[in-house]
Design a protein around this ligand. Sequence first.
Ligand SMILES: NC(=O)c1ccc[n+]([C@@H]2O[C@H](COP(=O)([O-])OP(=O)(O)OC[C@H]3O[C@@H](n4cnc5c(N)ncnc54)[C@H](O)[C@@H]3O)[C@@H](O)[C@H]2O)c1
Length: 252
Amino acid sequence: MRLANKVAIITGGANGIGKAIATAYAKEGAKISIADFNEKALTATVDEFTAQGFGAFGVKVNVASEEDIQKMVDDTVAHFGQVDILVNCAGVLDNIQAAHNVEDAIWNRVMDINVGGVMRGSRKILPLFTEQGSGVIINLASITALTGGRGGLTYTAAKHAVAGMTKNIASMYGPQGVRCNAIAPAQVETGLTQSMDGYDMFGFKQATRAVDLMGPPALPEDIANIALFLASDESKTINGVVLAADAGWSAY
Ligand SMILES: NC(=O)c1ccc[n+]([C@@H]2O[C@H](COP(=O)([O-])OP(=O)(O)OC[C@H]3O[C@@H](n4cnc5c(N)ncnc54)[C@H](O)[C@@H]3O)[C@@H](O)[C@H]2O)c1
């Protein structure tokens, strides 16, 4: 039980990578607060976890809303009495819009969720973590956080911001017992990449030029294994790292 007596909040925990992380953590003894926008998936996931005997609590959250983030943490503390791990996983795509095709509505939405959500979650949890002298934040970045041409402009900018926040938080709060790391996957088999409706075909063509060099897509469980390592004391010397999980794609 690598996460015995721990409580984890996982945003975007009702689907895809977040759900796989929630499952991996629960199997290792953690109690899970699943925070997601999709109420139907949220209820189904909490019911599934409860039926398996896991300690699970659901809170409907839009990570773009400050009020929701406050509620997410306050309700989790009220329910479980503590928080030890925050996984900022909720995120959306930008239809791979290249710079000259960026729509303001897409820019604002992606920035509000992918960047603002991570900032708001971290801002709320850090006083709690510093007071208890420990805590782990794990951010879902993307290989677009470490490279230039593998996504749309907004998504790339947003994930670079996530990488920056990860290092900044690790640097500022590491001395107070807080660790903050990020995972940067390439393609993972989830609902996120299943629909290509409304994609910018120019951006798509440019961003997928090296796709034949990419290995097979990862499974959500592959990413969950990394998130488990980063949440446990096994990684206690790792802080401020953005870990590529792309089977070497970006190493080329
Ligand atoms: N799937 C991939 O190929 C891939 C690759 C690199 C990085 N990522 C990142 O991993 C994270 C998870 O992606 P996924 O593939 O599991 O996606 P997904 O679409 O399968 O799941 C995302 C979950 O986040 C929730 N969500 C979306 N917006 C939200 C909001 N505003 N507030 C609260 N919840 C919200 C959704 O309801 C959903 O349950 C994202 O940050 C994504 O950018 C994914």
